[in-house]
Design a binder for this molecule. Sequence first.
Ligand code: N01
Length: 554
Amino acid sequence: MTDKHYTDLDAVIVGAGFGGMYQLICLRDRLGLSVKVLEAADGVGGTWYWNRYPGARCDSESHAYWLTFDADLMKGWEWTERYPEQPEILRYLNYVADRYDLRRNIQFNTRVTAATYDEAANRWHVRTAAGETFTAQYLITAVGCLSTANVPKIPGLDRFKGAWYHTGQWPHEGVDFTGKRVGMIGTGSTGIQAAPVIAQTAAHLTVFQRTANYSVPARNVPLTDEFKQWIKDNADQIRFLTRDTPNGQAFRVSPQKAVDTPAAEREAIYEAAWERGGLQFRAAFQDLLSSKEANDTAADFIRRKVRQIVKNPDTAALLSDFDHPYAAKRPPIDTDYFETFNRPNVTLVDVKAAPIEAITPDGIRTANGEYKLDIIVFATGFDAMTGPLLGLNIQGRDGVSLRDAWKDGPINYLGLQVTGFPNLFTITGPGSPSVLTNMPVAIEQHADWISDCITYMRAKGLDRIEATPEAMTRWVAQVNEAGNATLLPMAKHSWYLGANIPGKPRVFMPYAGGMTRYRQICEAIAANGYEGFALTAADAAADAAADTRQPTAA
Ligand code: N01
């Protein structure tokens, strides 16, 4: 193990996905700071580097799923499908890295193992698995919200004679399912994308479903030349629209309410939305996530669709036995998911009624019996939002760890800063809209805000920024209020609540007030001299530190 120390960086950024790359562009190219990006993988891409499972595809439409800060960057890239597939997004992110010569500031194959704040020096010490330490004034995490794989602790996995994979850590060489008996656990967005593709080559696919999930057809198609040209001609409008909609998407939410719409008209609107496909289904009415009565109409429509598509009535009943409001969990979109259960080589197993008890050397045993398998695919999701941040072992002022500060759930100000952790910024942290929006939009907003904040500090000769405890308390209340105004907390097993990880505090983590409102709040706070943050000059910070260490006369 080497032991090297690098000092005098202005900023260390952790992660080289969308967030880390764009933050690097902001800080290095606009502000002229010295920056190092530390990345565990051997290439850029973040989520899209790791999630190479069969069928991996984005659910935002391609013309909304990119960086929009540079019109030439947009014009220089051409998407090929309505929803970009994982390899295409990875090619796009490499195009960004090439275009701005980002790799010279990114150190790959470098896993951050700890980050400690040195108050006297006002520096973060960032340690890596290889024993290197980087020292910087600012520490910016760009580790993604869904990057810590969750492999449930099912007894016996170590004795399984076949191969097993988690979708978020998929082998780069791919997996050959030909002639294999495959078991897939999980029916979230990932499982719903993977099942139809795996079923095409596997001898048999057994899907282990704990919770029935809604899904709407994606209706993916290749983009026509005409549409590609439309994207180029309308880059500015697309950018504007994604900034002017609550979910950061390039389509508007209908102003119409489902509850005010006569049943026949409502049915026709749902039918058209189903045919159009994708996340726009959720935008068919404005009250789907605020009124249970409205939501029930969407849930009922999808339930009927599943029962029409799936021929075996028992399987159809199981697949449509929804126990939560539509879109209260992240709503998947699919290509032939429900149709896949009409194939003779696909079986659905209800592991709510008969839970998985163990993994045996030959397969999976549920309360109902054993399923013989050659391959197990864990489409079991992630320790979302807090997992990647806590994994960095961050220690702030007075040796307080982020893990301790968040033992009852994540608390912070704007999803960006935590009291006790000066000069640490968390891109798309819990408490920000992040996963409830089209991620590149949320990422650009955060990276721009952080860059503006650092610019302001440098202009004023300030070296240290820290959220005040009062501002943090107020913000946490706002996040709770925004979540409770929606139906989202009603999905009791959702990862938005941390409910998928045993022992994790159940707190609704993302800010559900919408991206447009959130952006306005962030802008107003900045315009008000970064209200709710304590900003100090280094000397003052050092004096304050020295003061707190004085022994008291008593
Ligand atoms: O993970 P999930 P995901 N025994 O947590 C089940 C984004 N994404 O990887 O619901 C049995 O949603 C679990 O069951 P239950 C998107 O934001 C985007 O699918 O807890 N089952 C559930 O069915 C998404 O929301 C895209 O009862 C177990 C599944 O595993 C997020 O990533 C594509 C189990 C996990 O679902 C995560 O999606 C893919 C156990 N012990 C992902 N443990 C697009 O852009 C867990 N489960 C299209």
